[in-house]
Design a protein around this ligand. Sequence first.
Ligand code: ADP
Length: 172
Amino acid sequence: MAKKVKATAARTAVYPGSFDPITLGHVDIIERVARTFDRVIVLIARSPDKQSLFTPEIRKTLIEKSLAHLDNVEVDIHEGLTTDYANRVGALVLVRGLRAVVDFEYEVSMANMNAKLAPDIETLLVFARPEYYFLSSRSVKEVARHQGELSGLVPSPVQDALLKIFKKGKKK
Ligand code: ADP
């Protein structure tokens, strides 16, 4: 017989990632998931060995400013296994976004590893909208570094933060 799961627990979803920085592709996934779940936690992974542009704390502020219009979304920072965090907050769903075929292999292996670590937690893969298919935090940083146009790629608080960093670095 199927194991009974508390209905309330299924209503929290955790969306883990680096978000260095958050893009409009991430925002779109969060808006869509926030319509389905009671509570969505955007979880910034603190990974000491990953080179990042923004500190986790700045990333958190940028995400909060960019998602101020969503009242059931929270932002948190976590170092360690995402499944441990999900268990702690009673979330039964991990959300990930899927863009190109190249995302697939990585996402599948991570979903399987998480399922092994926490069999009760399900990974929900949400397809990126076509207009955000090409968009990644990495490409955004590249555009910003070369003073390219950022509107349509990232929310305005992120645009401002990127402009500040890369204006400073611009050679006169
Ligand atoms: P990670 O470093 O863990 O891959 P990211 O911050 O790059 O974290 O991405 C977090 C999640 O959001 C991943 O599942 C990624 O595939 C997804 N994602 C990234 N960019 C987009 C986008 N443009 N549209 C939809 N999903 C995206």
